[in-house]
Design a protein around this ligand. Structure first.
Ligand SMILES: *[C@@H]1O[C@H](CO)[C@@H](O)[C@H](O)[C@H]1NC(C)=O
Ligand SMILES: *[C@@H]1O[C@H](CO)[C@@H](O)[C@H](O)[C@H]1NC(C)=O
Ligand SMILES: *[C@@H]1O[C@H](CO)[C@@H](O)[C@H](O)[C@H]1NC(C)=O
Ligand SMILES: *[C@@H]1O[C@H](CO)[C@@H](O)[C@H](O)[C@H]1NC(C)=O
Ligand SMILES: *[C@@H]1O[C@H](CO)[C@@H](O)[C@H](O)[C@H]1NC(C)=O
Ligand SMILES: *[C@@H]1O[C@H](CO)[C@@H](O)[C@H](O)[C@H]1NC(C)=O
Ligand SMILES: *[C@@H]1O[C@H](CO)[C@@H](O)[C@H](O)[C@H]1NC(C)=O
Ligand SMILES: *[C@@H]1O[C@H](CO)[C@@H](O)[C@H](O)[C@H]1NC(C)=O
Ligand SMILES: *[C@@H]1O[C@H](CO)[C@@H](O)[C@H](O)[C@H]1NC(C)=O
Ligand SMILES: *[C@@H]1O[C@H](CO)[C@@H](O)[C@H](O)[C@H]1NC(C)=O
Ligand SMILES: *[C@@H]1O[C@H](CO)[C@@H](O)[C@H](O)[C@H]1NC(C)=O
Ligand SMILES: *[C@@H]1O[C@H](CO)[C@@H](O)[C@H](O)[C@H]1NC(C)=O
Length: 492
């Protein structure tokens, strides 16, 4: 009795086991078939203008696990990744993609895909990485995107996606990177984003966003990158934002923001490496505490309403790559020479690539130490700054310069012939000064020049014949001088 019972029991178990195995094999098989069909549907909507079409190698007789750009799980039962970045793919994304329910990574960045994101993408509930940046996708961001609760990365940078940023994106509770920059998003920044506590990077730059910066964003305790540049944001920056000590990049340039810059921002944001507040209406002085951030790389405050002097500590920034305070009302102190201070201090920043303090009433003479600025300095804007005195010949040591703008000052003396050593120079603007003497023929050595403006000075003599060597010249203005003679032969 008991043995026949156990035999029956074993049989039942045996049958159940086989049934399960069978069902499981069947479902796995049909699932890979589903993936294959979805991929073939995807392929049917794609062409490529690139030299190699990876989709042409998708042999229908092989398992899709063997196709280019496809990754399957280790048992080769389902497709888990589709990675076809940078193949010049054109066309739209098939809605069948929503059937690839084991997909965890979808990387189609750097192609020319167009059309909308299919709603069905909301069914890819295992998706962790979604990178569709640098395409031409349009339409709105489907609200079903917020069903992808496993997402770590949502990168849609550089597309043509429009409409509002969905308010229920905060359902993406694991999201670390939200990059929606360089699209056509409109409306306000949803305060609900502040609920995505895992967020590390929030980039919404270059869109059409309006309204104010939500105070709630300061709750994002892990945020390192906050980029809201080039939008139509208004109002003051909530003071709690200046308390987000995890921030490494704070970029709010090109909006309509105002308010005093807090003097202690370098204390409350001790990890800051990039501070970009250009093109707004900020008031107050340059926060001196920024010069206490010894690792900082980028300080940009151009085109605001800042006043006062350049604070101390500028000589302590060895990693500084960019310093831009142009077009404010920064002055020199009475006895101390602001120009001398800025330039001499920055000779300690051996990685400086970009320096601009134009459009400020700084005054003073250019110090000899300008030649000790970094060898990688490419761009130097010093126009419209009430600079007087001569151009020091040491400027010729700046061998990496591609743009030099000293226009609209009161610079006198002659152009140092040594400037012919600045062989990387593409733009030379010395217009509207009181520069006298002859144009040194050495300037003809500047073979990369495409723009020269020496107008509005007191230059005499002839245009050097060496100027006919310029191969790349697009414009040259020598007007309003006392030059004579003819334009050199062969000058085209
Ligand atoms: C498909 O890929 C597997 C694993 O890499 C390999 O063993 C097999 O030979 C491939 N099949 C064909 C037809 O290329
Ligand atoms: C995607 O493919 C490209 C080129 O084959 C490769 O360089 C890149 O590392 C891949 N990315 C991922 C996330 O697998
Ligand atoms: C896959 O998706 C498409 C479009 O969303 C749908 O029509 C189709 O029935 C789905 N299922 C399979 C097994 O292909
Ligand atoms: C989008 O989500 C809604 C609500 O969850 C659902 O009804 C709809 O079927 C989804 N659409 C697709 C195409 O998955
Ligand atoms: C998405 O792809 C682009 C282009 O390849 C890359 O620069 C970017 O870092 C990727 N995004 C993320 C979050 O990895
Ligand atoms: C954030 O989440 C909390 C709790 O889930 C909720 O009460 C609140 O409304 C959410 N905040 C926003 C701005 O959506
Ligand atoms: C973006 O905003 C500007 C100015 O408010 C407006 O002229 C333009 O039409 C907007 N573009 C889109 C795509 O909404
Ligand atoms: C900023 O942080 C300090 C110290 O934690 C705190 O006292 C202050 O209230 C905070 N300010 C804002 C506006 O959050
Ligand atoms: C910068 O640091 C120095 C030395 O630690 C300190 O005395 C000074 O107050 C700081 N300046 C600002 C503006 O925080
Ligand atoms: C350059 O750095 C050195 C060493 O940190 C320092 O002693 C010096 O004062 C700095 N020079 C300027 C001009 O700030
Ligand atoms: C430039 O640097 C050199 C080498 O460090 C130094 O000898 C010279 O005095 C400096 N020149 C100026 C004008 O600061
Ligand atoms: C040089 O600077 C002046 C004054 O700041 C500006 O008007 C001019 O456009 C600049 N020239 C170039 C070539 O950038």
């Amino acid at each position: 009795m008991s043995s026949s019972f156990s035999l029956q029991f074993a049989l039942v178990l045996f049958i159940l086991y086989f049934k399960c195995l069978f069902i499981s094999i069947e479902s796995q098989a049909s699932s890979l078939v589903t993936d294959k069909e979805a991929l073939l549907s995807f392929k049917s909507q794609i062409t490529t203008s690139g030299p190699l079409n990876p989709l042409s190698q998708w042999d229908q007789n092989l398992s899709p696990c063997n196709w280019t750009g496809i990754v399957c799980d280790s048992r080769r039962t389902r497709v888990v990744a589709l990675n076809l970045s940078g193949f010049h793919l054109e066309g739209s994304i098939s809605s069948h993609i929503g059937n690839m329910s084991f997909l965890s990574s979808l990387q189609l960045q750097e192609n020319q895909l167009s059309g909308p994101l299919p709603d069905q993408m909301g069914n890819l509930f295992r998706l962790r990485d979604l990178n569709l940046s640098q395409n031409s996708l349009n339409g709105v961001l489907p609200s079903n995107i917020s069903k992808l609760t496993e997402l770590r990365v949502l990168d849609l940078t550089t597309n043509r996606i429009t409409g509002a940023i969905p308010t229920d994106l905060d359902r993406l509770v694991n999201l670390q990177v939200l990059n929606l920059g360089r699209n056509l998003f409109i409306g306000t920044i949803p305060a609900s984003i502040a609920n995505i506590s895992s967020l590390d990077t929030l980039s919404l730059g270059t869109n059409n966003l309006t309204g104010t910066i939500p105070t709630e964003l300061s709750r994002l305790g892990k945020l390192t990158v906050l980029d809201l540049t080039i939008n139509h944001l208004t109002g003051t920056v909530p003071s709690s934002i200046y308390n987000m000590s995890s921030l490494v990049v704070l970029a709010l340039a090109s909006n309509n923001l105002w308010g005093r810059l807090p003097y202690d921002v370098g204390v409350t944001l001790p990890n800051l490496l990039v501070f970009n507040f250009c093109f707004n209406q900020f008031t107050g002085g340059i926060p001196g505490s920024l010069h206490n951030l010894t690792n900082i790389k980028v300080i940009r405050m151009a085109q605001n309403r800042l006043v006062g002097t350049v604070p101390p500590g500028l000589g302590n920034l060895p990693f500084l790559e960019m310093y831009n305070i142009g077009y404010n009302t920064i002055v020199s102190t009475g006895d101390d020479d602001g120009l001398q201070y800025i330039i001499t201090s920055l000779t300690n920043s051996s990685r400086l690539k970009f320096l601009a303090f134009d459009g400020n009433p700084l005054g003073g003479e250019i110090p000899e130490s300008i030649g000790n600025l970094s060898k990688v300095l490419g761009i130097l804007y010093m126009g419209q700054s009430r600079i007087s005195g001569n151009i020091p010949p040491s400027i010729s040591q700046l061998s990496g310069l591609t743009l030099l703008n000293l226009s609209y000052n009161s610079i006198s003396g002659e152009i140092p012939p040594e400037m012919g050593k600045l062989v990387e120079l593409q733009v030379l603007d010395l217009a509207r000064n009181q520069i006298s003497g002859r144009i040194p023929s050495n300037l003809g050595d500047l073979q990369q020049l495409n723009r020269v403006d020496l107008s509005g000075n007191q230059l005499v003599g002839q245009i050097p014949s060496s100027f006919q060597n310029f191969q790349r010249l697009l414009s040259m203005d020598l007007s309003h001088n006392r030059l004579n003679g003819s334009i050199p032969k062969g000058f085209s």
